[in-house]
Design a protein. Structure first.
Length: 306
């Protein structure tokens, strides 16, 4: 069953729990009651929201992630459950013991998948041809940094009608991209913890102050899904990070994707992606698999439920 994503942003609320029911209350009245076991993520984006210790404990007890947004309405922190996984120590040992050749091979697969997903966002054009060529040229460990070469081609082609520079502190589409990426990052981190993995131990990312290096590795091939949705929002004049655009970006977790021979919502296939990584750590495979948007999906004119 796909887990629900709950966003608190339109009005302030008091969040509590009773009999394993997640309660949203306003003015002393319960306006929503949702089983905690049905929730995968709660995103809190209203400064007036209050919540009890019990609700946070209950949500993490049911393996839900809690995302706290800051003044800029972008996720500023993530509360994740501590996995009650029977093999958590073995899994972490496998992460630590990964060989350098396998690490470089997995990073090559991640970069190739990202560049090919970027190419899929572009129509037939020299830019798309160049991206596919770069994906083919990527070597183990990506020593030539084809990821950065592809980014330069990709961004200018994707947002060709705009004067755009990808900058996490920039304006224009950047806040929309930041928000979408943060949602996927939280979902991936939750899946990693549920699988008994340590999110801080990355394959390529290794910033000592980053608790989610591994999530930042796995998000790379999924970023183009956010990019495509932001491009769609811009085409519909949704250029600000408001209630409608946030709803459209949150919906990404439920879009239909394929994973090898399986079809399902992105949130479900993120778990399958993490399971493929576990097999690599265990030594039973050296191939990572990633969720993909089916080629039959109309990327130009999506049905975005506002």
């Amino acid at each position: 069953m796909i887990k629900r994503t709950i966003e608190i942003s339109r009005e302030p609320a008091h969040l509590t729990v009773r009999l394993d029911q997640f309660l949203i209350q306003r003015d002393g009245q319960t306006v929503a009651s949702i089983p905690c076991e049905d929730i995968g993520m709660v995103l809190i984006d209203h400064a007036g929201t209050t919540y009890t210790h019990a609700v946070l404990a209950a949500l993490t007890g049911f393996d839900a992630a809690v995302v706290i947004c800051g003044r800029d309405h972008l996720p500023a922190g993530i509360l994740l459950p501590l996995a009650d996984h029977s093999q958590v120590v073995w899994r972490i040992n496998d992460q630590i013991a990964i060989s350098k050749p396998l690490r470089k091979k997995l990073w090559k697969q991640i970069v190739q998948a990202k560049i090919r997903a970027q190419a899929a966002n572009l129509g037939d054009s020299p830019a798309k041809t160049r991206l596919l060529q770069l994906a083919q040229e990527t070597k183990s460990g990506d020593p030539a940094n084809t990821e950065a070469q592809a980014a330069k081609v990709y961004w200018s082609a994707l947002f060709s009608r705009l004067v755009f520079r990808r900058d996490v502190d920039g304006d224009g589409p950047n806040p929309l991209l930041n928000y979408g990426y943060a949602i996927l990052r939280a979902a991936i981190a939750r899946s990693l913890v549920a699988a008994g993995l340590q999110p801080a131990l990355g394959i390529h990312h290794s910033n000592r102050s980053n608790m989610f290096c591994l999530a930042d590795d796995l998000i790379e091939p999924l970023r183009p899904m956010v990019d495509a949705r932001v491009d769609q929002l811009i085409a519909q004049d949704q250029v600000c990070l408001d209630q409608q655009s946030k709803a459209a970006l949150l919906e990404l977790l439920t879009i239909n994707t394929t994973f090898e021979n399986q079809s399902g919502p992105l949130m479900v296939n993120i778990h399958r992606m993490v399971a493929s990584l576990v097999r690599c750590y265990e030594g039973s495979s050296d191939r990572l698999a990633f969720p993909q948007v089916p080629a039959t999906v109309d990327r130009a004119q999506p049905k975005i439920p506002f």
